[in-house]
Design a binder for this molecule. Structure first.
Ligand code: FAD
Length: 424
């Protein structure tokens, strides 16, 4: 019997395993080999930004950034995350003053400068994506607008960082059971029983469910979380193109999408289409629909999202619009990537009512990756009963209002039922 079983080896689960590894016996169970194809973070890269107007998340992001930039302590050795991180900066298109995102950006940067001494070298450039020739690779860009360059931002090499924290936790004695999903959880007063797809049963004193968008398949959380599918595509760069673009920052245009520096190993450049998403009407958006489990039903991404990605390339990276053979470059490996949404974009980290010793962490709302180094500390505190009442309240399982909430940092999404998508 383990002290703790963690179901789901994604960002929240692995971080919690690492935080418990030195003090408790821990088993992590995942339906697939970690990094799992179901994890929202099994990906080339994710943005590690500091901008939040909520002082809680801003402080957590600053704390996480210290680990990404090399900090070690009694939880992690120095440099564990640094090898899977690049402090490449981010260029954002400044949104119109009338949009909620405009105020969000101004206020979050003010908070970071005044309270945390970060993001103090912001520069703005009109119709100049090279940012005063700091990024000559964008010389041919046709994009117009006010561009804000924030050097205090980076990217995590997402799947690689999951592997790094998994290997480190393993070296501390965490037990991993992979390729076997959990089917059900029965809680008693002293121990919790977990039953797996293989029929295997395991017991633990406490269980954490950290299954990301798939969490409602194990726990009834009512309407407090919903699953949202976001759209991602990629292009393959040649050696010369990789050399040209390898040191670029993330470029973020809230109305069209955003893209990342190309991956070192594969020379693949990832692009995300923003302002659109999908959900599953038949489960009232409670559950995700994974391509790897339903390849006949969930195919690539919508035709319109590929068009959006092509617009992004045409405006920002015109010399990559056509391949070396002169043909329109293929947008490859298009996929729907699922997040666990809450109506206010606050996480859920709580004990499950009427299931003693069963805890849940989900509701990442598309911004959980950056907290890979430190979110586990907060989840552990909640499970051990040490989390501040303010945070316990903030992250409790709560009623949701899905009709009126506007999240200023999120671009409003046109949502489409997954079975109505015209696939690329
Ligand atoms: C397109 C996209 C872009 C994003 N960009 C960013 C970004 O730039 N910055 C940022 O901070 N965040 C970003 N995110 C959000 C980030 O990826 C998530 O917040 C994070 O991955 C959530 O972690 P999690 O542990 O809750 O879930 P996940 O990482 O999804 O992990 C869930 C795990 O549970 C396992 N599992 C599921 N069901 C079972 C079962 N029944 N039994 C056992 N195991 C199971 C899965 O295999 C998986 O390993 C993005 C997300 C998407 C989709």
């Amino acid at each position: 019997m383990s002290d703790i079983i963690i179901i789901g080896g994604g960002v929240f689960g692995l971080s919690t395993a690492a935080h418990y590894a030195k003090s408790n016996s821990v088993t992590v169970i995942d339906k697939f080999e970690i990094p799992s194809p179901l994890s929202a973070s099994t990906d080339y890269n994710k943005i590690v930004r500091l901008e939040y107007t909520d002082p809680v998340y801003a402080a957590m992001a600053v704390e996480a950034m210290d680990y990404w930039q090399g900090k070690g302590d009694d939880v992690y050795p120095a440099g564990l995350f640094q090898d899977t991180y690049s402090h490449c900066g981010r260029i954002s298109v400044v949104p119109p003053k009338s949009s909620p995102r405009y105020d969000f950006e101004v206020q979050s940067l003010k908070l970071l400068r005044e309270e945390f001494g970060r993001c103090d070298s912001i520069a703005e450039h009109i119709n100049d994506l090279t940012c005063g020739n700091v990024f000559p690779e964008f010389e041919k860009s046709r994009a117009q607008g006010l561009f804000r360059f924030n050097p205090d931002c980076g990217i995590g090499l997402a799947a690689q960082s999951l592997t790094a924290i998994k290997s480190y936790s393993k070296s501390l004695g965490v037990n991993f059971i992979e390729n076997d999903g959990v089917m059900s959880i029965d809680s008693g007063s002293k121990r919790v029983k977990v039953t797996m797809e293989s029929g295997r049963e395991l017991l633990a004193e406490r269980v954490l469910v950290a299954c990301g968008a798939n969490t409602p398949s194990l726990l009834d959380l009512g309407q407090s979380v919903k699953s949202t599918g976001l759209y991602v595509g990629h292009i393959q760069l040649s050696v010369a193109e990789y050399e040209k673009y390898k040191n670029m920052p993330v470029v973020f245009d809230p109305t069209i999408g955003y893209f990342f520096p190309p991956d070192r190993a594969t020379r693949i450049l990832k692009l995300c289409a923003s302002a659109s998403s999908t959900y599953d009407k038949s489960s009232e958006a409670l559950l995700p629909r994974y391509q790897c489990l339903e390849p006949d039903k969930v195919k690539s991404i919508p035709v319109q999202s590929v068009a959006q990605i092509r617009t992004l390339i045409r405006n920002y990276l015109p010399d990559l619009e056509f391949g070396p053979n002169g043909q329109l470059r293929d947008v490859i490996d298009c996929k729907v990537c699922w997040i666990s949404d809450t109506s206010d974009s606050n996480f859920i980290i709580d004990e499950v009512p009427s299931k003693p010793n069963v805890f849940v962490s989900c509701g990442d709302s598309g911004h959980g990756y950056k907290f890979l180094p430190n979110i586990g500390g907060y989840i552990k505190a909640r499970m051990d009963g040490n989390l501040s009442p303010q945070l316990a309240r903030k992250w409790s399982i709560r009623d949701s209002d899905w009709t009126s909430q506007i999240i200023p940092w999120r671009v409003e999404h046109k949502r489409k039922h997954i079975d109505e998508i015209e696939w690329h």
